[in-house]
Each structure stands twice: as C-alpha cells, then as structure tokens.
Design a protein around this ligand. Sequence first.
Ligand code: ATP
Ligand code: ZN
Length: 305
Amino acid sequence: MASAMDVPQATGSQGEFRDKLVAEGLLIPSSVAGVTGQGPAFVDLRQRLDARISKLVADEGAVAMEFPPIEPRHDMESVGYLTSFPQLAGSVFAFHGEDAEALALGEQAHAHQDWSGHLQSAGIVMVPAACHPVYPALARQQVPPDGITIDTGPAWVFRHEPSDDPSRLVAFHMRELVRAGPADTVGAWRDAWRDRALQFLQSLGLPAVFDEANDPFFGRSGKVLARSQRAQKLKFEILVPVGGDHPTAVASFNAHGDHFASVFGLGPVHTACLGFGMERCVLALLFTHGTDVSQWPADVLAELS
Ligand code: ATP
Ligand code: ZN
C-alpha cells in the first residue's frame, strides 16, 4: 500500500489547476489521492464528449460490448499483466471465514487496523484497460474473416498509481475501439484512427500533437521492453498540456500483434486498440479553454452541443 509519503505531488501550475477545479466544484477530492469524484459540470462535459465520440466512430460499424470494471483473475494472469505492470494492478480479496474471525475483522476494521490478513482472493481483479475483457469475449464467437471492431463505451478502469496530479487517477473512464482482423489490415486501421483522432481533438481547439510512446513496464527488465516497444512503433499517443510541466497523453493507440489473439485462441488475427482517457480529455478542454464553459469558443461549444 502506498503511503501519503509516496504520492507524487502536483507541482506549480498543475497544483493550482487542481485547486481551482476543486474550488469550483468540478472535481471532488477524497481522503485518498487519485480517488476523485466529479461534480455536475464535469460529468456534463464528459458525457457531451462521449456523445461526440459516438458521432465520430459512427461510420466504423463497431459492435458495442460493455463489461464491469472487474474481470477474472485468470485472464489478467494469462496476458502477463502481472509481469509487466504489477505496480498498477488491483486485486479483489473477500472474506470467506466464520463467526469468530468475522468478529476479529470487524474490530480491527473499526479501529482502522490492518484487517487484510482475514481476506482471500475472490478470483477477480480490477480491469486496467477497457479493451482487456474484449479479447476473451471474442474467443466465444468467431472473428469474421475481414475483421471486427468493438466499442467498449466509457468503461471504468483501475490503475494503482496514486497521485496528486488531477490527470493521474486511480479509477477513470477509458473509451476504446478495439480492432481484430487480418494482420495486414490492423496496422492501417490504427494509423488511420491515429490521424482521425488527432484531427478530432484539434477540432475541439486543443493544441494536440502526436508522439511515439511506451508503457510504464515494471522494473529493470521493463526498460528493455519499453525500448523494444518504441523501436517497433507499437504505441502512439496524442498529447495535450493539462497543467503540468509536460503535455499529457489524452489518447493512446496500441498494436498488440498476435499477443491477445494467441493467448485467447482468436485464430490467425492481430489486434490493435485506440483508447480515449475521458477525464484527461475533459481536463485538457478545461485547461485550454478555461473553467467557465459559457466562455468557450463558439465552434468548440457547437462541436460538443
Ligand atoms: P493496453 O496497452 O493495456 O491496451 P491502453 O493502451 O488501452 O492499455 P493506455 O495507453 O495506458 O491504455 O491508456 C489509455 C489512455 O488512458 C491514455 O491515453 C490516458 O488518456 C488515459 N490514462 C492512462 N492512465 C491514466 C490515469 N492514471 N488517469 C487518468 N487517465 C489515464
Ligand atoms: Zn487497449
């Protein structure tokens, strides 16, 4: 468990931006860093943005699939998430004991002592990316020969990276398009969506730029994985300033090759995904255009009407 000491603090303008969002009721902090609620104006913007993304993807013919923010532990184990990102994973433990142990647990909990020793794995983990439950679901049906696109809708996901930075949350909405199909078509699909998504975010008045990226793989061997991911150009991001010293990724594009397809037996296909970080997109809009939405440029408001 990270202590308050471990929590990266928002610096300079980032801290000011967070304080302003809280003071104006856009964000609702809690006693735990990164566990942040959203006030009515923030929710309204997130839903308007989501509706606008629905319009953007309308011609994709995507199949809607929604999943809870939890998934079988077995699936996370199978894809190697706990090797690559053990620091980000969340796991659900539950109580399976009898009366006497329940009493002890209750007393410890009431005294805010550590009661985790009474729990055992419930066989469930928190979903870390909206696309993850899609691959085992595709294994239950046939991927058509010319491929399939799935739209996850705005799914709650979990990553244990507590921070004071308003754009680094422990739970947030990720909306993903997932493509499974013949290898030679999936890369072109991802590149086309990278360009469309960049244009889309720029049409909202955001100073969005595209960059090659890598995931935050854990540990020393993770550095090698990150270098290889970059060398193979497997991950792209769209970056926008959100109050910090560096622009922040508001959307990401990943090519997985046959990784998920071979783990779940999807046949001779490759997969790729495009994920919008919904809260980060809203924060980028608020940072760029100001927290008084009525004062936003008319063309941006028209896009989100
Ligand atoms: P995977 O590679 O496992 O498929 P992914 O590529 O879908 O995952 P990321 O690229 O890591 O997931 O994240 C997608 C988007 O989610 C990012 O572009 C960003 O906007 C948003 N995001 C990531 N981490 C956070 C966070 N801690 N708080 C808020 N938004 C986040
Ligand atoms: Zn994904």
